[in-house]
Structure formats: structure tokens, C-alpha cells
Design a protein around this ligand. Structure first.
Ligand SMILES: [Zn+2]
Length: 298
């Protein structure tokens, strides 16, 4: 599932080609691509010029020279591809956008239909204009206005487990299961530790780690294991990032050689090193005492 680094890779790819182009035609090939309810039809942006492509967390929007924006989310498997008009339609093509280019067009392809594109109106905020539906999404860690001190304080007020807090898009956006596991391993914090019991320096270390793992992934073009995930030109460029814990259950920790463990986390999993990432104290106390099996004497 695409997280911030993958979406950023898509955004920067789109931003190299789209600005300056005019939206000439939008065809909803399959309505699965337009799930989000919106009062405004796609025709509202016909003729508008694309000014920029922006991102907050995992959400993308096309800044247009009109009073609304084209917004989108890749969901689990969405791709935004810039394809030659002559190339055959992808099996899971949802939306086709003609940007007035003679040779190429933008295609939104999504196998699992959790992704969407829609028209949204813009609202003015202290940080400039943003699409209305993105108002509640917190700033991501790369946003120049990201308020580290406020976010640290907010995390430390939470009674939830730290991993759950990291995935809360209302606190920090853009972090998903993979980068949460990777960042917590790097910061040596167990995913089940209660956020309000973490010290300020531990939370600071976690945020530093989030930034570091995501920055590394962006510089390599996102993660790899999901072969549904293809970059903007349709080339798969996501095979060279090495993950330290995610998907490495049973393999050795690259720091201490202990075996990486996987535990259930909501309907997914958490991966961690049981030696580098010490479990929360209450967990230790909850551990069942070892019961001695008395040898039967006959
Ligand atoms: Zn370790």
C-alpha cells in the first residue's frame, strides 16, 4: 500500500509533466475510480490549466487556475500513469484525462478500487488554500509548517500504543504500516508501548526516525515489495530499498542478530526486534509465569 514516499514519487513524476497543461477531457471509464461523493462533476474543471501538483500525507491534489481542485488518493493499489494515447487501455483503467497533449494522456489505474479521484472545492486556511476534504488531515513530517514541538506534545498525551498514534492521519499524515515498523525499529521503540509513557526524547527520536526512513525511501523512489505499485511512467522502480523489519519475520536483526518477530496489530501485523525494542513494562508483567511440569513419578 502506498505511503508518503510512494505518493511523493508519483507527485514529483506528475509535477514534471503536467503543469501548464489544460484539462481537455475527462472520461470515467469505470465508476470505481470516482467513489468519493462530490457535488461537482468532473466537467467543472474542463478547460482549466494545471498549475501544480501538491501532496499532504498520502493525498494528492492538482492545483488548477479555477476555484476547485482535482483531488486523489491511490488507496491500496492506485497508479497515475502518463501513457501514450495509442497504448491499449490497462485492464483496471478507471479514469482517463486528456491534457491537451498530442501524444500522451494521464490514466488512473486501480486494480482494487480503493483509490479515487474527485473534484473538491478549495478552502482558505492559515496555511493557504487546500481542498475541503483534506482539511482534517494533519501535516506530514516534510511539510515546512510541520510543528514538531506541538506534535510531540500531542503524541505524549495519547493513551494509545505508539504505533497506532503514528498511523493516525489526524496527528501526522503519510505514515502507514511499513514505515511505522521501520521507524520504530530505528528508534528502538516497541510498537506496543503506550504513547503517554514515552519520554520526550524517545518521541523526538521516533519522529527523527520517521523522517529518516521516509527520506531514504523517497531518494530511492519508494518501496518495492508491492508489484502493483508502479511509478508514473509505468516503470517499476521500487525494488532496491532494504527494509529492516517489515516482512522479515524470523530473519536476523541487522543490529543485534536477534530474530525479528511479527505480532498481530489491528487487522495487520507489527514487525520488531524483541531485543532492540524492549516491550512495555505491563506486557512483561502480563507474561505467563513459567509453570514447572512435575515429572511424574511411578
Ligand atoms: Zn535487534
Amino acid at each position: 500500500m502506498p505511503e508518503l514516499p510512494e505518493v511523493e514519487t508519483v507527485r514529483s513524476g506528475l509535477a514534471r509533466w503536467l503543469p501548464g497543461k489544460k484539462i481537455a477531457h475527462i472520461e470515467v471509464v469505470h465508476k470505481g475510480g470516482n467513489r468519493q461523493s462530490s457535488d461537482r462533476p468532473f466537467s467543472a474543471i474542463l478547460g482549466a490549466t494545471i498549475v501544480d501538483i501538491k501532496r499532504r500525507g498520502k493525498f494528492l491534489w492538482f492545483v488548477l487556475d479555477c476555484d476547485c481542485a482535482l483531488v486523489g488518493h491511490l488507496g491500496m493499489s492506485g497508479q497515475m500513469l502518463i501513457r501514450p494515447k495509442t497504448s491499449p487501455d490497462e485492464k483496471h483503467l478507471r479514469i482517463r484525462i486528456d491534457c491537451g497533449d498530442r501524444k500522451r494522456e494521464l490514466r488512473f489505474v486501480d486494480q482494487r478500487t480503493f483509490g479515487w479521484m474527485a473534484i473538491d472545492e478549495l478552502v482558505s486556511t492559515d496555511l493557504g488554500e487546500i481542498p475541503r476534504s483534506f482539511q482534517r488531515i494533519a501535516l506530514d513530517i516534510f511539510d515546512p509548517n510541520f510543528d514538531r514541538t506541538a506534535v510531540i506534545a500531542r503524541i505524549r498525551r495519547s493513551k494509545s500504543q505508539i504505533k497506532k498514534v503514528l498511523l493516525d492521519q489526524g496527528i501526522i499524515s503519510g505514515i502507514g504500516n511499513i514505515y511505522a515498523d521501520e521507524a520504530l525499529w530505528l528508534a528502538k521503540i516497541h510498537p506496543e508501548r503506550q504513547a503517554e509513557l514515552l519520554s520526550e526524547s524517545e518521541v523526538r527520536a521516533i519522529l527523527r526516525a520517521v523522517r529518516q526512513v521516509m527520506k531514504r525511501a523517497i531518494s530511492r523512489g519508494g518501496t518495492s515489495f508491492d508489484d502493483l505499485y508502479i511509478n508514473v511512467n509505468g516503470e517499476s522502480g521500487y525494488f532496491d530499498i532494504s527494509l529492516n523489519v517489515y516482512g522479515r519475520e524470523g530473519e536476523t536483526c541487522r543490529r543485534c542478530r536477534e530474530r525479528i518477530r511479527r505480532i498481530a496489530f489491528t487487522n495487520r501485523s507489527s514487525h520488531f526486534c524483541p531485543r532492540c525494542q524492549k516491550p512495555p513494562r505491563n506486557k512483561v508483567a502480563q507474561k505467563r509465569p513459567i509453570t514447572r511440569v512435575r515429572r511424574a513419578t511411578h
